[in-house]
Design a protein around this ligand. Structure first.
Ligand code: PHE
Ligand code: ZN
Length: 876
């Protein structure tokens, strides 16, 4: 409810600020029903800007939901005629080019349900300031190009809040009257307000140390509520690995004497990179073998790394404005992806990332909110923490890495960090540093920053038996997106290889290279490979070398051949996916047909392939998800997709039951849980087998899953088995009930596991009806103020293709009600959770109309937040 009339902000309107804030002294006096914030700012006119001679521009500070208690300029209390409060701003008249401003505000963290600014989670105080949350704490120049040195004094009750934290190093502490105490923190590094953080609570911590490459000793602490303190070790191990990796791979050393992580339950996102004091969603920190799955362990490792890496890519070098968000996010996602690849299976990491991109980011790029990784305009910046900015942004950085090569890329990052340390930079600065360091011209490459939409690469080929010449023609185009009708050709790095009839890679050039990265720059280009004895089969876009769609007319035989022989694990997996998509799409059109026998055989060959890497094998055996099938469909028919996919899965399961059972048995052995790549691969593959077996309509198959559930010694196996029983072909409702109750009884004290208990039900094709979801909202363990709970229960339901899209549109109406209700409480979550509705245009007409009705009902609500306002208006 920021503005009565939401305003669009444009990149082209960017202007440097009129004033800088050299130092910021904050004092927080925290009480049970309010907090008093005193801010003392040393202000300085921006001398690089030109002003009308003899006048000093008024200072316009941002501020929202604040009570102004007092205002002093150079010690003088200002009266009403010397300042002005207008929507979201405080305008102060200025007399001197440098001056001190003291602002005292009163805020109510206890009533802050938006989880932006200062708020309370489970009795502790915490902050979230990115992107524009600091203005809910005090009046300030809340923009990332204003960087200041912060000192923060936190005062609170000693008994209730024994731990008081802020950014930097603790420089003073003491006791006060009335059982109150204080700690003062000083952060020597200049930073923008969005990186400010404060925590006050009754917390415990685990402590460790790290010696940096130059020999400095750093204290590492992870804080959580005492009952979770034994679940922080994995995060600590991950942190130390990240610190070492960033030194080894990027030459980046940590810069403060202490690094802290705090886990909180109520958090809008995954985690936040505040300088020296990262605040995490507890779901991205806490793990024990009994309560966290392998996927959770890996997610924690990746997010701890991501936030740590931001210390350089985001904090030391920050963003000039929020249009440059991908400068820090795309680059940091690339850094964490490479870290995870080094720590785990590189091939599988690539498959998972490409799969997420193609499923969810491609859908975003094809929807009403499509935007370039550097958007040109927005109404609400919170809506632009997107898969495009993060994941496609990462792919853009990866393409630079591919084009330059690892060595030149590292020279580029060194130059970038060197040049811009302590500054607020732009995407252009990043690309320029890459160009300057490598000498490679990236002029055309820059279109990736300014053009939205997913390019389509159409590949055709021709073989001349007489000359032995093979011609590969690559054409590119990019569909129109909102505000961008015409696109210029992209510079696309395309990894290719050619396979001969034996499945061997052919030399592509005189040098004998068997793999090559082509630089495609024209709308159509042809490459000729000489000396081919027969028509080769192309392996295209190897390792998913660019975020594009590839169209090439592979026959089913071609795909089966690639699955067997391609040396690129991404492309082997992709061939398998293509085969799966074709088989399922065929059944969507003609549901009575038999399942493609070639697909069933091909999957049998994968199951039987004992030599294949287990992690890759597990990925290959996963049929394309419902979401990915929906993304690839021209017109989405949700129930037909669900039915077709299920039929294919059952056919594979029935045909290969014995082999699946044998593989399951081979992998199903007891051992001490370790979240390590080799073990994870075995568990994943085993549980994929169990998933197929439970698609066989036999009681003994469900019993097998039930046994795994009961015997499980870790959450990975128990959770997988639960999912299998719930969705099993052979229905045993009493068993489903028993396991759900058992799961609840075992884990009801663990909020993060309860999230999953809600999600497993709401997302289930068997259980997740609207009625069920409504009933679960009334459950004691549900908490409507928790974004995690909302994402699990409501978000889980919106991913439930069966029930969310059930005829009559009751699912859409339910979601619209939740969005309207939530918008008053937490606009960021409201706006995110409605994403599935915004894709209405892709559905078959009846469904589509019902989705649109639900959106229109949201649009009609008065006083929508800027968050929901922007999404609903752009979608209709
Ligand atoms: N900057 C955080 C990250 O990517 C994400 C975030 C954005 C968290 C906004 C909270 C609010 O690491
Ligand atoms: Zn980030």
């Amino acid at each position: 409810m920021k503005d009565a009339q939401p305003r669009t902000i444009y990149l082209k309107d960017y202007q440097a600020p009129d004033y800088w804030i050299d130092t910021t002294h904050l004092t927080f006096d925290l009480h049970e029903d309010y907090a008093l914030v005193t801010s003392v700012l040393q202000m300085r006119l921006n001398g690089e800007k030109e002003f009308e001679s003899g006048t000093l521009p008024a200072l316009t500070l941002h501020g929202e939901e604040l009570d102004l208690v007092s205002l002093h300029r150079d010690g003088e209390e200002l009266e009403g005629d010397q300042y002005q409060l207008a929507k979201g701003t405080l305008i102060v008249s200025v007399k001197q080019p440098t001056f001190e401003l003291q602002v005292v505000t009163r805020i109510r963290p206890q009533e802050n349900t938006s989880l932006e600014g200062l708020y309370k989670s489970n009795g502790m105080f915490c902050t979230q300031c990115e992107a524009e949350g600091f203005r809910k704490i005090t009046y300030y120049l809340d923009r990332p190009d204003v960087m200041s040195v912060f000192t923060t004094k936190v005062i609170a009750s000693q008994a209730r809040y024994p731990v008081l934290l802020a950014n930097g190093n603790a420089i003073d502490k003491g006791e006060l009257e009335n059982d109150r105490h204080y700690v003062t923190w000083e952060d020597p590094f200049k930073k923008p307000s969005y990186l400010f953080a404060l925590v006050a609570g009754d917390l415990e911590c685990i402590e460790d140390r790290f010696t940096t490459m130059s020999g400095r000793d750093v204290t590492l602490k992870i804080f959580t509520e005492s009952h979770n303190i034994h679940k922080c070790d994995h995060a600590m191990v991950s942190l130390k690995k990240s610190m070492r990796w960033d030194e080894e791979v990027y030459g980046r050393e940590y810069d403060l004497d202490i690094f802290m992580i705090v886990a909180v339950d109520h958090f809008n996102m995954g985690a936040m990179e505040n300088k020296g004091l990262n605040i995490f969603n507890s779901s991205c920190v806490l793990a024990s073998p009994e309560t966290a799955t392998d996927a959770t362990y890996q997610r924690i490792e990746a997010i701890v790394a991501h936030e740590y890496f931001h210390n350089w890519s985001g904090n030391r070098v920050t963003c000039r404005d929020w249009f440059q968000l991908s400068l820090k996010e795309g680059f940091t996602v690339f850094r964490d992806a490479e870290f995870s690849a080094d720590m785990n299976s590189r091939g599988v990491k690539r498959i998972q990332d490409a799969s997420l991109l193609r499923t969810a980011q491609f859908a975003e790029d094809a929807g009403p909110m499509a935007h370039p990784i550097r958007p040109e305009s927005f109404i609400e910046i919170s809506n632009f923490y997107t898969l495009t900015v993060y994941e496609k942004g990462c792919e853009v950085v990866r393409m630079i890495h591919t084009i330059l090569g690892a060595g030149q890329f590292r020279k580029g990052t060194d130059l970038y960090f060197d040049r811009h340390d302590g500054e607020a930079a732009t995407c252009e600065d990043f690309v320029k540093a890459m160009e300057d360091a490598s000498g490679v011209d990236l002029t055309q490459f820059r279109h990736w920053y300014s053009q939205a939409g997913t390019p389509v690469m159409t590949v055709t080929d021709k073989y001349d038996a007489e000359s032995g010449d093979y011609h590969l023609t690559i054409a590119q185009s990019c569909p129109a997106t909102p505000g961008q009708e015409q696109k210029k050709p992209f510079h696309i790095p395309v990894g290719i290889a050619l396979l001969d009839e034996q499945g061997q890679l052919l030399p592509l050039n005189a040098a004998g290279d068997k793999e090559q990265v082509l630089s495609i720059k024209q709308s159509e280009e042809t490459f000729v490979v000489k000396g081919c004895k027969s028509k080769p089969l192309p392996s295209l876009l190897r390792n998913f070398s660019a975020p594009v769609r590839v169209r090439y007319d592979y026959s089913k035989d071609d795909l089966v051949f690639l699955m067997k022989h391609d040396t690129d694990s991404f492309n082997r997996w992709d061939a398998c996916q293509r085969l799966g998509v074709a088989a399922i799409e065929q059944l969507v059109e003609q549901p009575q047909q038999a399942v493609d026998p070639q697909l069933v055989d091909a999957f049998g060959a994968v199951i039987a392939d004992a030599a294949m890497d287990k992690a890759v094998k597990a990925e290959m055996l996963c049929l394309p998800s419902e979401a990915s099938l929906a993304e690839q469909a021209d017109v989405i028919q949700p129930l037909a997709i669900v039915a077709a996919r299920k039929k294919v899965k059952q056919a594979i399961a029935v045909a290969h039951k014995d082999a699946l059972q044998a593989l399951y048995n081979e992998l199903n052995h007891e051992r001490v849980y370790k979240p390590e790549a080799a073990d994870i691969a075995e568990r994943t593959l085993k549980n994929v087998c169990l998933g197929y077996l439970s698609a066989v309509n036999e009681a003994e198959c469900v019993q097998l899953a039930a046994k795994q559930y009961d015997d499980a010694s870790n959450m990975t196996d128990r959770r997988a088995a639960l999912g299998c029983v719930i969705d099993a072909h052979y229905r045993d409702e009493a068993l489903v009930e028993r396991l759900l109750t058992d799961f609840y009884d075992r884990y009801k004290g663990n909020s993060n596991v309860m999230d999953d208990w809600f999600a497993v039900q709401s997302s289930s094709a068997e259980l997740g009806t609207v009625e069920k979801v409504k009933a679960l909202m009334q459950h004691d363990s549900f908490d409507s103020t928790s974004p995690n709970k909302l994402r699990s229960l409501i978000g889980g339901f919106t991913r439930n293709m069966t029930h969310f899209h059930t005829a009559g549109g009751t699912g859409y109406e339910f979601l619209a009600d939740r969005v309207i209700e939530l918008d008053k409480q937490n606009p960021q979550v409201a706006s995110r959770i409605m994403t599935p509705l915004t894709r209405w245009k892709k559905f078959e007409p009846v469904t589509s109309g019902l989705m649109k009705n639900a959106l229109e009902r949201i649009k009609a609500v008065h006083n929508l937040s800027t968050d929901v306002y922007e999404v609903v208006n752009k979608s209709l």
